[in-house]
Every structure is written in C-alpha cells, then in structure tokens.
Design a protein around this ligand. Structure first.
Ligand code: HEM
Length: 469
C-alpha cells in the first residue's frame, strides 16, 4: 500500500464562483525572524500564537520561504487536518524529526504503512482489559512516592511536585513496559530519559544550536543517553524473548504481537523504537498534566474540596482499583479542564503533502501546518470565560454541545493518542491516592507560568508543602 505522503486526495474543488480567499497574517519582520532563530523566545512563542489568532482569526499564514507556516485555529479546520484529509498532512516535518533519535520509526513519528502496521500491533495493548492490568502498577508506584513523601510532610519540608510527578509517571511507564521500576534517580534508564528530554527542550529553545552530529559536550551527553536506551532496551528484549512467557507488560505484548494481515511480528529494532516511543510519549505529558492539576487545585480550594469529597465518598480510605475509575467522575473532569488550560502538547505540526484548500483558503504543498490545542481551547466562540478553571464544562451534556475539535489535548483522527485512557486512569488514581492523605499548598512567592518548550511545563517547577488531611 502506498505511504500517506503518496496517496494524496485531490484538493477540495472550490466552485468557480468562489475565488480562493486570502489568508491573513502578520508581516515578516527581520528582527522577529532573527530573534526566533537565535533564541527561540519560547515564552513569547505562546503569546505569539494567542495574539496572532486574536488579531487574524481562524486561519493565519506567517513566515516565508522554508519557514512558511499555516496556523489553523477553528475546530472545523483542525478536523480537516487531523481527520478528514489526514493523508495530506503527514507527520514528516522538522519538529517530528527532532524526536527520532528516541522514537525512530515507532508509532509516534512514523508515517504511512510503517505507522499503520505499528498501530495495528500496539492497539491491543491499550484495550480496556489490558489497561486494567496496569492499574496495580500505578497504585504501587504512587504508594512508593507517598512513602518517600511521609518524612518530608512531617518536617514541613517543601518539595517540587512537578519533579515528583515526572518520577512517578516514569516509574509507571517503566513498570508497564518492562515490569521493573526505572523511575528511581539511580536507574540509568530513568536518567537517560530525563537527559533526552532536557536535550529536546534545549533544542526547541535554541533552534540554531550545534547539530547533533557535532561532538559538543551537550551532544555527547545526548548520544550517551540514547546509547543507554539502545543497550538496555536490546538487553531487555533479549531477556524477554528468552524467557518466552507473557509477563503482562508492554514489552511482552510487542514481542508476541503478530500482524493479522501478514502474520509477521516486529524485529528487535522495531521493538526498540516502540520502547523509546512509549518511554518518551508515556510519561512527560502525564507528569506535566499532574503538575498543573496540583497548581490549579491549590489555587481553587472550592474545586479541591469537591475532589476530596468525591474521593472520600467513593473510596472511604481504601486504595483505588480500576473499578473505581468511572465513579471518580469529578476528578476526571478536573483533569480534562486542566488539559484544556494547559495541554502538554500545546502545539502540533504536520507537513503538507499536496496543494489543498480549507474552507476556500489555499494551502500550498511543502509548507508547515501548525495546530495549537492551547489556542483553540481558548476560542471565545466555543468557550465562555476561557481563562477560568471550571471542571463542570466537562459534564457529558456540555461536552455534547461543543464541536469535537474545540478540545483536542490528545490530538484526533487516526493519529489520536493511543495512551489517552492509560493517562486519564493514571492521573485519576494518583490524584485520588494523594488527596486521601494530603492537601498540597503552594509555597508563597512563586511566579508560575506555562513554559512552551517541548511540552507545556510549569516554569521552574511547582513548590508545595504537604498538609495531612
Ligand atoms: C496526559 C497525557 C498525554 C497527552 C496530553 C498526550 C498527548 C498526545 C497527543 C496530542 C498525541 C498526538 C500527536 C500528534 O498528532 O501530533 C499523542 C500521540 C501519542 N501518544 Fe500520547 N499523550 C498522553 C499520554 C500518553 C501515554 C500515557 C502514552 C503511552 C503509554 C502515550 C503514547 C502516545 C503514542 C504512542 C502516540 C502516537 C500515536 C499515533 O501516532 O498513532 N501518550 N499523545
């Protein structure tokens, strides 16, 4: 079957009576270009997208030449790119390529038939019954974190809950993948993943930094971290193959997976790329979401009390299980609203394979297509009081009133996040277990803003103190 990039549907025909519309956008200023290329100006980048949408509307063109970009904001246009004409908007683009040393030709960064096979083989691992098996990993990792917190709480010592969420989610994805905990500071795999993310964030901030082929100290550290992922992954793959038993983890499932159409399994390189993909895609995003949940709850005591009331009523002090997930519905709405305000994947990009039109606007092949959940999630036509934190927006009735793509923290269409249910369940379980024990209070005097690097992390962490309930 031809790849996505090759099977381009014909551009939607516009009737002769409707001339193509001109896409508005800011003029190119030389100093903006230099500043963006040299310094990245990440904080400015977020306001750049917000201001651009406010000023120019639902579709915007900016940049010229190889930086020519189309930014779509309206839910219908987002749907066009992610769902209706998905084949015309492949993943292949310069931001996607940045991730490839970690994710290779795995699910997140491949296209065409390679992606389709990978999705077919990975999907069963995320079915509801399989997910239930991961719930115990999640509660065990959270229990270990709470045990680490106990002496700090007694001493009234502050901790960075953003970093703690990175540790616990890394531990959970490690347990889900390999049945072992890689989330501890001493673990080489955990350290390697953290270093790789630091590197991606640096490159995002400094697009003109030395290419990875130049042996600067930073690049050498990055290559060492990638070599660690390679060697540990290949060792674990070999051990799992040799043991030849299903240990219930993702690695066993990937090894056992056979393509229904061809009967073929994955080779070691393909499995290594999926391991890198799940390590990368499966922890940072959930950690960032949880860091913002704690920030928002401590800023909104009324919401915090409702979460506590729900957790107490549903669990009555016992450890949550997968059966409790549907009953922790308010907690889930809090997570959804957090993902609206601070979507970790705040911007997404696509290539443009062939000329197209969106609602009569011409979209030429070769440019970059940009989407931003952060901006669309604040679209005033679909969200009242867009900056307000209101979990009730996510009651089923109110969700049904909005267009599907007014909200897309997990993307959409065939490339929608495969781990969305995993992530929501994980966040519900962690929140419930923390809330059972503690109320988190922000250390005063912090100035916390979203930092639009690779993901939307809270700038300089979230320092909190723990107060026993
Ligand atoms: C709150 C947590 C998460 C958020 C916000 C999130 C967000 C996203 C988004 C926006 C995409 C689509 C990217 C695009 O279209 O360019 C995506 C894809 C993906 N995510 Fe997640 N994700 C989360 C958690 C997870 C978890 C826990 C896993 C795995 C255990 C995971 C694995 C993946 C994979 C493999 C893909 C690629 C899917 C494909 O292209 O077929 N994600 N995620």
């Amino acid at each position: 079957m031809p790849s996505d990039a090759q099977t381009i549907e014909a551009p939607a025909q516009t009737r002769l009576s409707e001339p193509l519309k001109t896409i508005p956008g800011p003029p190119v200023r030389f100093r903006d270009l230099v500043s963006f290329l040299a310094f990245g100006s990440p904080r400015d980048l977020l306001s750049f997208y917000m201001d651009t949408a406010r000023q120019y509307g639902d579709i915007v063109h900016f940049g010229r030449g190889s930086y020519s970009s189309y930014f779509v904001v309206h839910p219908d246009y987002v749907k066009h790119v992610l769902q209706d004409k998905v084949r015309n908007y492949p993943k292949k683009n310069r931001f996607n390529d940045m991730l490839k040393p970690l994710t290779g030709e795995g699910l997140l960064t491949s296209d065409g038939e390679v992606w389709r096979r990978s999705r077919r083989l990975s999907q069963p691992a995320f079915h509801r019954q399989r997910l239930a098996g991961f719930a115990t990993n999640m509660t065990e990792a959270t229990q270990a974190m709470l045990a680490r917190w106990a002496p700090l709480a007694e001493r009234g010592q502050a901790l960075d809950v953003s970093r703690e969420m990175q540790r616990v989610t890394l531990s959970i994805v490690g347990r889900a993948l390999f049945s072992t905990d890689i989330g501890t500071d001493s673990d080489e795999m955990g350290r390697a993943v953290t270093r790789i993310f630091e590197h991606f964030n640096h490159r995002f901030r400094h697009p003109l930094s030395w290419p990875e082929s130049v042996p600067t100290p930073r690049n050498r550290r990055f290559h060492t971290a990638i070599a660690t992922i390679d060697s540990v992954s290949y060792r674990l793959i070999a051990e799992h193959r040799q043991a030849d038993t299903d240990s219930g983890d993702l690695l066993s499932m990937l090894i056992a997976a056979r393509d229904e159409e061809t009967g073929q399994g994955l080779n070691d390189r393909q499995i290594r790329d999926e391991v890198g993909t799940f390590l990368g895609a499966g922890h940072e995003t959930t950690a960032v979401t949880l860091a913002w949940v704690w920030y928002l709850l401590s800023k909104h005591p009324y919401v915090e009390r409702q979460v506590e009331a729900e957790v107490d009523a549903v669990l009555g002090g016992r450890t949550p299980t997968v059966e409790d997930i549907p009953r922790l519905s308010y907690t889930r709405m809090v997570i959804q609203e957090t993902l609206r305000l601070y979507p970790p994947a705040w911007g997404m990009s696509r290539g443009i394979a062939g000329d197209d039109t969106i609602d009569g606007y011409p979209i030429p092949a070769g440019a970059l297509m940009v989407l931003s959940p952060y901006v669309t999630h604040r679209h005033p036509a679909f969200w009242d009081n867009p900056e307000g934190f209101e979990p009730e927006r996510f009651t089923p009735e109110r969700v049904a009133e909005r267009p599907r793509y007014a909200y897309f923290p997990f993307g959409g269409g065939p490339r929608q996040c495969i781990g969305n249910e995993f992530a929501l369940m994980e966040a519900q379980l962690i929140i419930a277990m923390v809330v059972q024990r503690y109320r988190l209070q922000l250390v005063p005097g912090q100035h916390i803003e979203p930092d639009p690097i690779f993901t939307l992390r809270p700038s300089s962490g979230v320092q909190v103190t723990l107060h026993a309930r």
